[in-house]
Design a protein around this ligand. Structure first.
Ligand code: ACM
Length: 549
């Protein structure tokens, strides 16, 4: 039995010793696998203190020594698929349909080598590592296997983002949805609009959780990524075959931008010059004004972001569209004049007009727009894809209408929702979503036609950080549930009720040891919580409100 997570499609021939990783092991990288070669040296090489020197190759460029890890692209395989063979005659051979497939195969190799392979540096003498002879054939169910991280509610410094990318890669996830702006903070430098970060990246204080009473953390909170930070993050992700989907959330969730540039708001309804970066959570009434000035402003923002997020690794731009209350537009003579001038029926169509504008704008520049399922209201823009978060409904409607969708229903894969009841759990939010609940999540809902199901590009887990003040809190919410999610996204699991959760839990024993080696502050299945083992790290679990059902 293997203990790989996510489970591979096929594993055969385990048993006799096939290979020993030691001082003499060499590494041979064929064309297109250089990133994985670097990655293996910096992870396995560092963890075991081994040089993994470049190996000798024969006239065809194949490895010519048996004690070799050989990486090769074979385009006859599925692009992200791979084969991993271990044999006493030729060592370890990872063949992938593309550089990405080879990289996912290398992730499997690391798991096969035991939890020590996940350490950042050798601890004591590691000794040789044996591997059984075997043959693995594997490839993902979905092409979009993602996680969204909200860095607006609580800022995660660049180093934490790079670490998270490594954690995504370790779970064979290939999309990082980077929620860069919200009412509570603007997190990316825009040179032509410096106040977005000068003003918009800091708030005076933060609410503890969602309850309406007076629990505040009076410490100012903020931070943003410089353009160089973003370039580093994007390059780091690309090396790991992770696509980055930047999100600028418009026309709602925009109070941070409006506080920096008050003319972006509905100035004929509210005195937007009195607004500051929002210091509480929830749905905010202060939304963008549907004016030409707003369109030009965000075109300028997106022009700078197009350069930072290149087309090959960021084919999609997320433009939000969620939770945009229409009250100010109803009251605003300017917004109403716009509705009349465009011949629109109502404020929902005004939002559609706004999203359509950017759908075309991005399409003209070779990119695709994706938005939360509210962008369906008032009519979906032509080429837009949808992240379906309020359940499956939006995703089903969009897919049936021929639009691509990513399933991320809050009932299943919102990892800010708590993992268990109990007084020693941190700030309760929403309802309990256990590890098993996530494991039994099915991204393609029953009843979807075959044709529509083809439009389900995949799935992502969403991590909103209102109650996650630091990296440890993010770790606690995300892990171990992201491991279950990764298996749902990668492996071809049977129907939810037929899934072998006990088997998954069994494999998790090995996976917890990997997460320990990586220093992840996951929620343990039993025993003390991370903050009980390491006092002060997470702070006292806050006394929360009654659960939000
Ligand atoms: C969302 O959770 N507002 C997309």
């Amino acid at each position: 039995m293997h203990d790989l997570i996510p489970a591979p499609a096929r594993v055969e021939g385990e048993g006799r010793c096939g290979f020993v990783l030691d001082e003499a092991t060499t590494l041979t990288a064929g064309p297109g696998t250089e990133g994985t070669e670097r990655w293996l040296r910096s992870t396995l090489g560092a963890a075991f203190g081994l040089p993994l020197a470049p190996g000798a190759v024969d006239a065809e460029g194949a490895a010519s020594a048996p004690n070799t890890v050989e990486l090769r692209v074979d385009p006859s395989l599925e692009p992200e698929g791979y084969r991993l063979g271990v044999s006493p005659t030729w060592g370890v051979r990872i063949t992938g349909g593309s550089g990405a497939g080879v990289f996912w195969g290398a992730q499997t190799l690391r798991q096969l080598l035991g939890p020590e392979a996940f350490r950042r540096a050798p601890v004591g003498v590691s000794g040789p590592r044996g591997l059984a002879a075997m043959d693995i054939e594997d490839g993902p169910r979905f092409g979009w296997r993602g996680m969204m991280l909200d860095v607006a509610r609580h800022f995660m410094p660049k180093e934490g983002v790079l670490r998270m990318l490594d954690l995504l890669a370790a779970h064979k996830l290939n999309v990082f949805h980077f929620h860069l702006t919200d009412d509570q903070g603007w997190r990316v430098e825009i040179e032509r609009r410096p106040r977005l970060t000068e003003v918009g990246s800091w708030r005076a204080r933060s609410k503890h959780g969602h309850r309406a009473s007076e629990l505040w953390d009076e410490t100012p909170h903020g931070g943003f990524y410089t353009k160089d930070d973003i370039r580093e993050i994007v390059a780091y992700a690309a090396e790991r075959h992770i696509r980055v989907v930047p999100e600028i959330d418009i026309p709602g969730h925009s109070q941070a931008a409006i506080s920096a540039y008050p003319e972006l708001g509905n100035t004929d309804v509210v005195d937007t010059s009195a607004l500051s970066v929002w210091d509480t959570w929830g749905v905010n009434p202060n939304v963008l004004a549907p004016t030409d000035n707003t369109l030009r402003f965000f075109e300028g923002v997106f022009e700078e972001l197009l350069e930072l997020f290149p087309a090959d690794t960021s084919p999609f731009f997320h433009i939000g569209g969620d939770e945009c209350p229409k009250d100010q537009w109803r009251q605003s003579p300017t917004a109403q004049a716009r509705i009349a001038e465009l011949g629109l029926a109502d404020e929902d169509e005004l939002q559609s007009w706004f999203i359509r504008h950017f759908d075309r704008w991005f399409a003209d520049r070779g990119r695709r727009v994706i938005g939360w399922d509210e962008i369906l209201e008032g009519g979906l823009a032509e080429g837009a894809a949808v992240t379906s978060w309020r359940g499956y409904g939006g995703g089903i409607a969009a897919a049936e209408a021929g639009h691509d969708v990513v399933m991320c229903p809050l009932q299943q894969v919102y990892l800010d929702y708590r993992q268990a009841d109990g007084p020693d759990e941190p700030m309760p939010i929403a309802y309990v979503r256990t590890l098993e609940d996530v494991y039994r999540f099915e991204p393609v809902p029953p009843g979807l036609s075959e044709e529509a199901a083809r439009h389900v590009m995949g799935t992502q887990a969403n991590v909103w950080t209102e109650v996650m003040q630091n990296q440890d809190r993010v770790d606690y919410q995300v892990f171990p549930r992201l491991a279950a999610f990764a298996e749902v996204a990668w492996s071809r699991l049977p129907a939810p009720e037929e899934r072998d959760f006990a088997g998954f839990e069994g494999r998790m024993t090995a996976h917890y040891a990997r997460l320990d080696a990586l220093g992840v502050a996951y929620r343990p299945p039993t025993g003390p919580k991370p903050w009980q083992r390491r006092p002060g790290v997470l702070g006292r679990p806050l006394e929360g409100p009654p659960p939000i059902a």
